[in-house]
Design a protein around this ligand. Structure first.
Ligand code: HMG
Ligand code: MG
Length: 312
């Protein structure tokens, strides 16, 4: 049916960062640590644990250093953290984070709102950060946000995206994550953007980062898989959003992604049942229901099973 599915993919968990940055209330450090450790126990090997950005801009993640210091994770889990500048890099380095993630936007308006810089200023800063990060021995992920649609400017020019991707690669990033920040893309757009960018980015370096605002994230993953991409970002329970991108709903839920990949016979090394426990934990610590659909279904059937057990 699908002709080009890979045997295995990497799932990059962003819930503790993309998810928690968007929660109104501050989640206590110990709860963040519990959640990250549970995600690792479920088999996730790539986890973005926090951000080292300005606490004035993202107070929800102001405890990044404490989170990193408290974590007990298996040695094969690669932790990453978002860094906007050299100050953030120094903090991430001191915290012992393995991978640092620089980020910029493909539209001027989102760039100004998110990091208070023009695109050119962001390129200058990121170049310095990537050089310094490499000198310190870090792996570097580069995010390019709003690659399909910007909440302020509408549809984003693909040639502009391609130019910025080339600039990011020239800096020496190890991995590029393409952000559908407000969850607006549809599968045909994914296929055509991946095809365009694959002229300059090896597919094994490319990750797709979908928010699920309009319900197209899973279909977009299939489009990405069929286009040869093998790394997908997701967030436990579908937490997430960008505080500086109005209308951005949660990320693609990790459990929804794993459920679909299991069904397609694509291996991830992640235990879906344990992931449901992580989703339940995430709901408990943030104090609200999450939008992930598999999570809802799995918890409902667990409730039903325990009701039937009690009636026996
Ligand atoms: P600014 O206000 O223009 O810059 O912020 P500044 O250099 O004047 O700094 C302001 C204050 O923050 C200063 O403190 C700095 O020291 C401090 P003060 O002197 O006023 O007391 N500061 C820092 N503190 C700790 N760590 C740092 C740091 N840097 C400065 N690293 C800045 C510019 C870039 C710092 C700010 O705009 C910022 O932190 N923005 C981050 C916004 C953010 O995290 N957005 C969400 C993540 S992006 C996203 O979600 C998209 C993604 O998921 C992909 C997708 O979906 O597309 C990745
Ligand atoms: Mg995001």
């Amino acid at each position: 049916m699908f002709e080009k599915l890979p045997g295995q993919v990497t799932v990059f968990e962003v819930g503790p960062r993309d998810g928690l940055q968007n929660e109104e209330r501050f989640v206590p450090t110990a709860d963040k640590v519990r959640l990250i450790e549970a995600l690792a126990s479920a088999g996730l090997k790539n986890i973005e644990i926090t951000s080292f950005v300005s606490p004035k801009w993202i107070p929800q993640l102001a405890d990044g250093a404490d989170v990193a210091a408290s974590l007990k994770l298996p040695a094969d889990v690669v932790t990453s953290a978002l860094v906007p500048n050299l100050k953030g890099l120094d903090s991430a380095h001191a915290a012992g984070v393995r991978k640092v993630a620089v980020f910029m936007s493909a539209s001027e308006s989102h760039s100004k709102r998110n990091i208070n810089k023009t695109i050119d200023e962001a390129v200058t800063t990121l170049s310095e950060v990537v050089i310094a990060a490499k000198e310190k021995g870090h792996l570097v992920r580069g995010y390019l946000s709003v690659v399909f649609e910007c909440p302020y400017e509408g549809s984003v020019n693909r040639d502009q995206v391609a130019r910025l991707v080339e600039r990011l690669l020239a800096m020496g990033i190890d991995e590029l994550s393409l952000g559908d920040t407000i969850g607006a893309a549809t599968p045909g757009q994914v296929v055509s953007l991946v095809k365009l960018l694959s002229k300059s980015v090896p597919l094994e370096k490319m990750a797709l980062h979908f928010h699920d605002t309009r319900g197209t994230a899973l279909a977009n993953v299939v489009a990405g898989l069929e286009s040869g991409v093998t790394t997908f970002d997701a967030s436990i329970g579908g937490m997430g959003g960008c505080p500086y991108a109005p209308g951005a709903a949660g990320n693609l839920a990790t459990e929804d992604l794993i459920y679909m990949l299991n069904g397609l016979g694509v291996k991830t090394g992640v235990d879906l049942n344990k992931l449901v426990d992580c989703g339940a934990l995430a709901q408990e610590i943030i104090g609200r229901q999450l939008p992930g659909r598999y999570l809802k279904a799995a918890l409902a059937s667990r409730d039903k099973a325990s009701c039937m057990e009690a009636k026996k």
